[in-house]
Design a protein around this ligand. Structure first.
Ligand code: HEC
Length: 151
């Protein structure tokens, strides 16, 4: 290690000037959008950039099976294995349930007086959340009808 300190060490000096220039430039020219939307760069949650899967993906039996497995493991003690139990309406009676709303409820949770739906943000990766959404949609009352319509 000591040898590196010698005159042969091609230290970072040539770069220092450039780095300083970069710093000066950064201070001299704040990003144009900083004033317009100060929080945009740091506060945008990763969920905001997640794209909603297609209707076909949400009907994929592989997705539904993966979502079911996770649901039974993580959610069933409150909701029952098929979303029939718990403090909210049975998932099986639903029609036209917007997948994005299901997704957001899972990610953000919900508090309704003493009824607490925990937030799963950070503990369930988003792709797996969507597979759970696929499973929940597959339980809904209109699932079969929708499936026939796409055939
Ligand atoms: C500790 C119990 C508990 C667990 C665990 C739980 N939930 Fe919930 N969930 C609730 C309660 C209570 C509500 C109803 C909240 C309300 O009344 O607004 C709810 C609501 C929901 C809703 C909205 C239902 C509606 O009527 O709009 C969805 C979807 C949902 N949960 C999915 C899940 C999924 C998926 C999991 C597992 C990852 C999960 N929940 C785990 C307690 C739980």
């Amino acid at each position: 290690m000591k040898r590196l300190r010698g005159s042969h060490f091609p230290g970072p000096r040539p770069l220092t000037g450039l780095a300083l220039l970069g710093l000066v430039a950064a201070f001299a020219m704040p990003p144009a959008d900083a004033a317009a939307d100060p929080g945009a760069r740091h506060d945008a949650p990763p969920e905001a950039t997640v794209t909603v899967p297609s209707a076909e993906q949400l009907r994929d039996p592989v997705w539904i099976a993966a979502g079911k497995q996770k649901f039974i493991h993580t959610c069933a003690y409150c909701h029952g294995t098929e979303g029939e139990a718990g403090k909210t309406r049975s998932f099986k009676t639903r029609t036209g349930w917007d997948p994005r709303i299901i997704h957001d409820t899972i990610v953000n949770g919900r508090v309704n007086g003493p009824n607490v739906m925990p937030s799963w943000k950070g503990s369930i990766p988003d792709p797996l959340v969507w597979k759970i959404v696929a499973y929940i949609k597959s339980l809904s009352a209109d699932f079969e009808a929708g499936q026939q319509a796409t055939r």
